[in-house]
Write a protein that binds this ligand. Structure first.
Ligand SMILES: Cc1ncc(COP(=O)(O)O)c(C=O)c1O
Length: 397
């Protein structure tokens, strides 16, 4: 008799962005020229100084197990970054380095929540939040935000969702999928609301260094006295340094929490890749010129994308203040025939766009918000140009 899966298999769906990317790849293998705007990863190569640090680590035999929470040098460099640049006084012992920010989120949720707990997640949310919460046995409580409110959670909406079982609020600014950046004032108002409850916060700040037009990223934990003890701050090198495949992220938390997250990790994965940690050390502590250079390209692409979205038939989007996504409202097309198919929802829209004009986007429903399609502009201007030409044809169908 075949083995049966655990109950939790019913709770977990595969990541929709990765699924969409896989479908795009399937078409590419068939020789189809897919214009792929599905995956949220910089197209740039990892900067050379970082590559070099990895080569040196390999050559000098830094290829063994490391302490579970990361090499002391990297933990210290991250602590220094928070203390000196972000204004969050941090000890190395408060930093846990993981296999990507995704594992850091998992560690934080495993450390803090379980059956009976509720975790408030504003939608649109990053695809993995709800499933990562469910994995712990806790219940995601999704609060919808609207395009009219700039896709931002208000303190009133947060407080209305709080119950005696609320354990955490998950924040993400700059946001994936909307690119929304909360202002300092907006975050302060949320911080005050949080401090009036017993809830804690996981603040996912992975896009902290990718903002545009003077939008100021804010580290939530710094905003009010007492907030750092209630907050787990998540970030990493994937997006800022074009290091998605190296798998290095981190969590910063008060010591009892960071200690437990390190213990969880020691049982699950032992340690993040040793070579990647040495590369990440160079990323965090080495020259930062490449960050500004990549940001310049992203800013140029963002301006181009906004210009082209404005010309698309019956499509709008809130200008992203950060990250590299345009969250396009495509709902006016629902009920119409595009690519020979009547479009009923965002999944239909994206699958039909992929089949008809070979443009890969991700459906808004994957982010908990129907009516939208996410376009990642972490790709070159030429491909973006061809993508928008194809979308124009598709939407005039
Ligand atoms: C909001 C957000 N958090 C976390 C992650 C995960 O980052 P990593 O690749 O470091 O695991 C991503 C990646 O897409 C993201 O968009």
């Amino acid at each position: 008799m075949a083995l049966t899966l655990a109950e939790r298999s019913k709770l977990i769906a595969p990541s929709a962005t990765l699924a969409m990317a896989a479908e795009a790849k399937r078409l590419k293998v068939k020789g189809i020229d897919v214009l792929d705007f599905a995956l949220g990863e910089p197209d740039f190569n990892t900067p050379e100084n970082i590559q070099e640090a990895a080569f040196q680590a390999i050559r000098s035999g830094k290829t063994h197990y490391t302490p579970p929470a990361g090499i002391p040098e990297l933990r210290q460099a991250i602590a220094d970054h928070y203390t000196n640049k972000i204004g969050l006084p941090t000890q190395a012992a408060q930093v846990v380095v993981s296999n990507g920010a995704k594992q850091s989120l998992h560690n934080a949720l495993m450390a803090l929540t379980g059956p009976g707990d509720e975790v408030i997640i504003p939608a649109p949310y990053w695809v993995s939040y709800a499933d990562l919460v469910k994995l712990t046995g806790a219940t995601p409580v999704v609060i919808s935000t609207t395009e009219e409110s700039g896709f931002k959670l208000s303190p009133e909406a947060f407080l209305a969702a709080v119950t005696p079982r609320t354990k955490l609020l998950m924040l993400n600014s700059p946001s994936n999928p909307t690119g929304v950046v909360y202002s300092r004032g907006e975050l302060e108002a949320l911080a005050d609301a949080v401090l009036g409850t017993s809830a804690g916060v996981i603040s996912d700040e992975i896009y902290e260094q990718l903002t545009y037009d003077g939008a100021e990223p804010t580290c939530f934990a710094t905003l009010r006295p007492g907030l750092a003890e209630r907050t787990v701050t998540i970030s990493g090198v994937s997006k800022t340094y074009a290091m998605t495949g190296w798998r290095i992220g981190w969590a910063v938390a008060s010591e009892p929490i960071s200690k437990f997250m390190g213990d969880i990790q020691s049982q699950e994965t032992s340690n993040p890749c040793s070579v990647s940690q040495w590369a990440a050390l160079e990323a965090v502590a080495g020259p930062q010129d490449s960050v500004a250079e990549m940001l310049g390209h992203f800013a140029e692409r963002r301006a181009y994308v906004l210009k082209r979205v404005a010309l698309l038939h019956d499509v709008t989007c809130v200008a992203p203040g950060g990250a590299f996504y345009a969250f396009m409202n495509v709902s006016k097309h629902f009920g119409r025939t595009l690519g020979g198919k009547v479009i009923t929802d965002s999944t239909d829209f994206c699958l039909t766009a992929l089949a008809a004009v070979h443009v890969a986007l991700v459906m808004g429903s994957a982010f908990g918000t129907e009516g939208y399609a996410r376009l990642s502009f972490a790709t070159d201007l030429k491909t973006l140009g061809r993508g928008f030409d194809a979308l124009e044809v598709f939407l005039k169908d």
